[in-house]
Design a protein around this ligand. Sequence first.
Ligand code: NAD
Length: 372
Amino acid sequence: TRIAVLRERAAGETRVSATPETVKKFIALGASVVVESGAGLSASVSDDEYRAAGAEIVADGAAHGADIVFGVQGPAPELLTGAKPGAWVVAGLDPFAKRARVDAYAAAGVEALAMEFMPRITRAQSMDILSSQSNLAGYKAVLVAANLYGRAFPMMMTAAGTVSAAKAFVMGVGVAGLQAIATARRLGAQVSATDVRSATKEQIQSLGAKPIFVESVKGIEGEGAGGYATEMSEEYQKAQAELVSSHIAKQDIVITTALIPGRPAPRLISDAQIASMKPGSVIFDLAVAQGGNVEGSVPDQVVEKHGVKIVGYSNTPAHLPADASALFSRNLYNFLSAFWDKEQGKPVLDEEIGNAIRLTQGGKVVNERLLG
Ligand code: NAD
């Protein structure tokens, strides 16, 4: 099996889909690995390190003759020229937003496997790029907010007087939100958090933060489909807006992370609510690339409104390229190695995971979530 590691072409993408560590492991499985020159540079990995791990370096066109093509983001179809018929394209394919590209993969005769469709089952946890990348994003969001904040996070008692602790509020307590809570706590902020899933209340408390929950209207009980949220009723949204209005005015830092798979991000903070905050407060909108949780947030810009700084990156994990690449690459290795068939010398997927992540096969789009 020949694995191709492409250099990412998308603007702002600093990550790479294999590291010298995973290259070595794939070679130990019996695969050969070809890496495009410079693929790891922005993640602090040189061509020489890939070579030392056993990879072949090519200038371009790594997909030629490949059985499996790796990307962080989905490669443009023309980068797949020369790949074996039915070759796998394994990457974060953003299938809902990049639907036309999925059709192009089908037309190119490749089998596109969307890593973000990995089911949320215990045995696939180590293969889950959404979790590994969201975790780092939640951490980075707090650091960026802390950096833009003109005050300190921890309470400090100094000879010149006391500095009071920052109040941080995390909205959406999935993987990113939990890490944001933990990071803000480590920096010394007083942290509160909210979600629509009632299961998160205990998780918030266990991290030493205060849960802020709508109690008048029922939220989502239990974990639902794979633990994801769905769109809430109008009644719930109204109750949530009221609750947020009274709470947010007292906050210095707000980190929003709320996402609903396949839908635009829910709007959680309005301009009027921003106006109620103290000047100098900072909001980081982790959902900015999915439409934003915060009114007026713009990808990759610091917008100032009513004296409040609003920030959000279109690709937050790319701001921690080395760790994000290391975890992403391990996700790909954990995935393929779990299905490696020694006799055939290649990975063979089972139905549960295969059907969940396979977007195209035999020239057609085959994934239920895209056809439904
Ligand atoms: P996500 O990125 O899809 O969404 C982030 C959070 O926003 C979620 O907690 C969601 O409930 C919340 N949210 C959505 N709409 C909201 C609203 N209107 N107001 C407030 N909050 C809102 O979520 P995620 O980080 O992918 O995690 C979702 C769940 O999946 C978690 O329980 C997580 O522990 C679980 N999970 C399980 C596995 C596994 O078993 N393999 C892997 C990863 C995550």
